[in-house]
Design a protein around this ligand. Structure first.
Ligand code: UDP
Length: 331
């Protein structure tokens, strides 16, 4: 059985769906703080006997002890975390406690239960301001906000826990994750929404809402920031490959998950316009603090060592995100 922490969230629930579709048994551990328990009800109905939810908190070691004693867990995929950069600057204690202390409790529970494999959601934010692009895994890790710092601290903790207790980890460093599953059953759902594609699409549905481009004076081909947008289903595939890698005895390692293609904010906006066939209200504002001009992954390591192939295009991702927004707005 696979334990998925944060299995209620956007990426976690897409991963649970894929695990269930590929025949695995899954237990989700979630405190339902930012995720959406509705997806759990969908899984419970459609995958009877292979899906369970354990409601608990990573900050409660007793919850974790009960979880590991109630279920026969073979490996862990760890998504549960707070992930808003701006919030992490305003309230770092919340991030250090939840992300770092919470993960330490999880690793302690794994050690005590003799579970030795974990796949972890890390982030390109651990690299900080890029010194060169595309960014490979050898790029220095100097995060510039508490969110990235907590994810880096966890990566380092995982190295110590491997050396001392033999818990092997795969750390997947995500670039910009977008899209949803083909049937738009599970999408992105943040409050407040800060991400680019949902923000562009929401301005189609919400009266008076206007999409804002944060800065058009960057040193890029059209002045707006360049990012590497990886589809959530491709991303989820990498988690299953990482589990296989650990099952086959692979050593602790880390991989970038991005497409290696970069798009500007204006290019993403134009693609949204084309896909939706609609005029989208837009305005240009100043730069958002902390946004580097270009973030693009070198993904060769994941391609060669995990045999990962990101297949979906930016247009595929936007189509699925649009289907999801329509569903959310009941059109
Ligand atoms: N962005 C924007 N308007 C928005 C949201 C984002 O112009 O309403 C820009 C942002 O400045 C960045 C890119 O879109 O250059 C991607 O931002 P997002 O928050 O989606 O992801 P991040 O790269 O910050 O993780």
């Amino acid at each position: 059985m696979i334990l998925v922490t944060g299995g209620d969230g956007y990426i976690g629930s897409n991963c649970v769906l894929k695990l269930l579709e590929s025949g695995k048994e899954v237990v989700v551990f979630d405190n339902h703080s930012t995720g959406h328990a509705e997806t759990g009800a969908f899984f419970a109905k459609n995958y009877v006997g292979r899906f369970s939810v354990f409601e608990g908190d990573l900050l409660e070691p007793g919850d974790l002890r009960a979880l590991f004693s109630d279920y026969d867990i073979d490996a862990v995929i760890h998504f549960a975390a707070f992930s808003q950069v701006a919030e992490s600057m305003a309230d770092p204690a919340k991030y250090w406690r939840n992300n770092v202390v919470g993960t330490m409790n999880l690793l302690d529970a794994m050690r005590d239960a003799g579970v030795g494999k974990i796949v972890f959601s890390s982030t390109a934010a651990t690299y900080g301001e890029p010194e060169y692009v595309p960014i490979d895994e050898k790029h220095p890790q100097r995060p510039i906000n508490p969110y990235g710092q907590t994810k880096l601290a966890i990566e380092q903790m995982m190295d110590s826990y491997d050396r001392a207790y033999g818990i092997r980890s795969v750390r997947l460093r995500y670039f910009n994750v977008v899209g949803t599953d083909q049937d738009a059953r599970i999408g992105e759902w943040h409050d407040p929404e800060t991400h680019l594609i949902p923000n562009i699409l929401k301005s189609l549905f919400e009266e008076g809402r206007e999409f804002t481009i944060f800065g058009d004076d960057y040193d890029t081909r059209d002045g707006t920031c360049i990012r590497d947008y990886v589809n959530v289903l491709d991303l989820v595939d990498a988690h299953l490959l990482a589990l296989e890698y650990l099952d086959e005895g692979g050593k602790t390692d880390f991989f970038n998950l991005g497409t290696a293609d970069g798009y500007t904010v204006k290019e993403v906006f134009e693609t949204c316009r084309r896909v939706t066939g609609k005029d989208i209200p837009v305005r240009i504002a100043g730069r958002r603090p902390g946004d580097p001009a270009v973030l693009v992954a070198d993904n060769l390591k994941a391609k060669t060592q995990l045999c990962w192939v990101p297949r979906r295009t930016l247009e595929n991702s936007i189509r699925s995100a649009y289907a999801w927004e329509k569903r959310m707005h009941k059109c």
